[in-house]
Write a protein that binds this ligand. Structure first.
Ligand code: GTP
Ligand code: MG
Ligand code: ZN
Length: 355
């Protein structure tokens, strides 16, 4: 396959030329299995694993390949697994905290141009969740677009659209119906050949249905949601990069149960543009907007200009951002301590320092 169809460009070519390992070819991760990956290469789709050297030097989970990554890999012959030696630097990545583990970041999708935040206009609709996804989308470096799916069964489509637009400044909000294939033209605008996008959202919002509508085939498995609360059944179980007929690439993902914020305050300020603008008028530069006199945010809250629920949501996410910052600092301190330990140990074995 010509890798241009998978998004390969001169920029990637230059990155690839920097790889030190010899006899490597470029490839793009299109699917992640337990410990193995499907990779698009010039000679077709191949199964690959990371090399022993790679595994040895990987520190975080996020160092491992993720769907969307470009990698340098060794293709031994036509039957054996390929060996991944390097992941080319990502220009954008959507990262979440993996369940359970402390400070383990998991890359959900990388090198994406557009993040589609998909909501279902059934019982799934939730402004607070959109704010959370938006913050993560800003953090990823990709452009967010909000898709309000299931417009065909929406009780009040205009209200949902207004509510969404009021919390997502300047972010495109598109109402669609995946199963009736309506509103898709507006989506195609973002799906240019060789660009990559990712579908994110809770289980059951219709991400796989949308992929099928774009492909005009039932390629992805879909499943009915629970009637009383519209919760999905976690039908899609792994992330997959799919090539659309026009040459655009789209990543279908499993619905996420909970997403914790791994973001810094600048991404939060982007998704809460209104609050960040207000805070410029606070009397204190480091105002927490909780109790301070002369706080413009509290002022707007009192006058009704700022919605109480949005304010609460902001505080909640801010707390998570701070928590993440502290965890990261501890992580860095630990890493630094280990580095010095290793240096001391090697110095001990150095003849000059032998006592
Ligand atoms: N009424 C209506 N139902 C839809 C629409 N899009 C999807 N659905 C239904 O919603 C259910 C869930 O759709 P999926 O595509 O499986 O959802 P998903 O987001 O991929 O879910 P996971 O793979 O579990 O994360 C299915 O029964 C779909 O038929 C739509 O536009 N309108
Ligand atoms: Mg799915
Ligand atoms: Zn304030």
């Amino acid at each position: 396959m010509d890798l241009k169809h998978a998004g390969w460009s001169e920029v990637w070519q230059n990155q690839f030329l920097r790889c030190t390992k010899e006899n490597c070819s470029p490839g793009r991760i299109i699917c992640e299995h337990r410990g193995a990956y499907t990779v698009i290469t010039e000679t077709g789709d191949r199964l690959a694993e990371v090399s022993g050297h790679f595994r040895h030097f990987a520190i975080n989970r996020s160092d491992f390949p993720a769907v969307g990554d470009w990698v340098a890999l060794e293709i031994p012959d036509m039957v054996s697994h390929c060996l991944i030696h390097e992941v080319l630097p990502r220009f954008s990545s959507f990262v979440r905290k993996s369940a359970g583990a402390a400070m383990q970041e998991q890359v959900v999708a990388s090198n994406v141009d557009t993040v589609f935040i998909v909501c279902g206009l059934d019982h799934d609709f939730n402004s607070r969740r959109i704010e959370r996804y938006l913050t993560l989308a800003y953090e990823s470096g990709a452009e967010p677009v909000i898709l309000l799916n299931k417009a065909d069964i929406a009780q009040d489509l205009d209200l949902a659209r207004d509510q969404t637009e009021s919390i997502a400044y300047g972010v495109p909000v598109l109402a669609i119906s995946a199963i009736h294939a309506t509103g898709l033209d507006a989506i195609w605008h973002y799906l240019q050949p060789a660009t990559t996008s990712v579908l994110l959202g809770s289980s059951g919002v219709g991400k796989s249905s949308l992929v099928n509508a774009l492909l005009k085939t039932e390629r992805q498995k879909t499943n009915a949601v629970r009637e009383y609360d519209s919760h999905g059944r976690h039908t899609t179980t792994n992330r997959q990069l799919i090539v659309l007929p026009n040459g655009a690439l789209i990543i279908d993902t499993p619905g996420m149960r909970e997403i914790q914020l791994l973001a810094d305050s600048s991404s939060l300020n982007k998704s809460f543009d209104d609050i960040s603008e207000l805070s410029e008028d606070c009397s204190f530069r480091d105002c927490t907007h909780l109790v301070e006199p002369g706080c413009a945010v509290l002022g707007a809250l009192a006058s009704g200009a700022l919605d109480q629920k949005r304010y609460e949501s902001y505080l909640k996410l801010l707390k998570e951002v701070r928590h993440h910052q502290i965890e990261q600092d501890i992580h860095l301190q630990k890493k630094e301590k280990n580095r010095w330990k290793a240096i001391h140990k090697s110095l001990k074995h150095h003849p000059k320092y032998d006592h």
